[in-house]
Design a protein around this ligand. Sequence first.
Ligand code: BGC
Length: 333
Amino acid sequence: MKTRLASALLFLGFAAAAFASKEKPVIGLSLDTLKEERWQRDRDTFTAEAQKLGATVIVQSANSDDTRQVRDVESLISRGVDVLVIVPHNGEAMTRAVKSANDAKIPVIAYDRLIKNCAIDYYLSFDNVKVGEAQGSYAASRLPSDRKARLVRIYGAPTDNNAKMFKQGQDNILGPLIKAGKVEVLHEDWALDWKPENGKKIMNAAITKAGRTIDAVVVSNDGTAGGAIQALLEEGLAGKVLVTGQDADLAACQRIQRGTQAMTVYKPLKNLATLAARVAVDVAKGNKPAATSTLDNGVKKVPSIFEKVISVDRDNLMSTVVADGFHKAADLK
Ligand code: BGC
């Protein structure tokens, strides 16, 4: 049985390799997860654009499991893809798989999240420090100034380099206020795997430790903000505490309309996914598309492109997220 499966996979691999040509490249897209709404959009937009350009996309999703994602990438390599586009679950664990791609002379593009300490060809993302700065500034400008403000901080997955960049951006704004004694951090923690239930647990722990007087919770994304808001709801505090987020998930935009979440950071995924598909096809054809920036990943300055982000609250939800066609006004009720 195992051998039959193996030979079927081998055949598929040869088939993909046989169809691969400069005009009709095959792209391997390896995703950490498809659980959050955003990654489904990334996949769909990327695939549609790549197909428009004559490419085929083979998509794998690893369900937040490093071993599985390394295996996914290795199987894409053995199927003979022309280029790999990877959203790593863990930007350090993925190094090994990238080395196999290097050996097979398959170019690698890190999508949204950086892969560290190996030779990747491109890094395409948003300005992730700016995401954190947008969250920090939004909260900072609305904190009470007649007393020491009381803050909770919920960071993202410690395995995701982006989570560190979001924190760095938040620190750029909140750090000086904390140092000056204007803001007190009551509780802070990292939400493993960006899971909403971990956001909820951290919020519960914060309330248990610091009580109900909390001015703001700076949360790094909408999924974990949803968890934190659930904990606040159960305490009758939702809507009374400022909560930040990121991704403009539908549920988060609805919470913004209802007033239980204050803001999100809108990242126009269409721009990033379309750009990535174009770069991937170009690279597969042996070209070197121009980058606008570089980022050091530990071994090289990786040619990079960073898309802009937009801070969104109830005042500009319609003129940004809705006007852009990201969500329909009717769905935000
Ligand atoms: C992405 C965020 C996302 C988070 C969880 C981060 O790397 O940049 O947009 O919310 O991962 O999937």
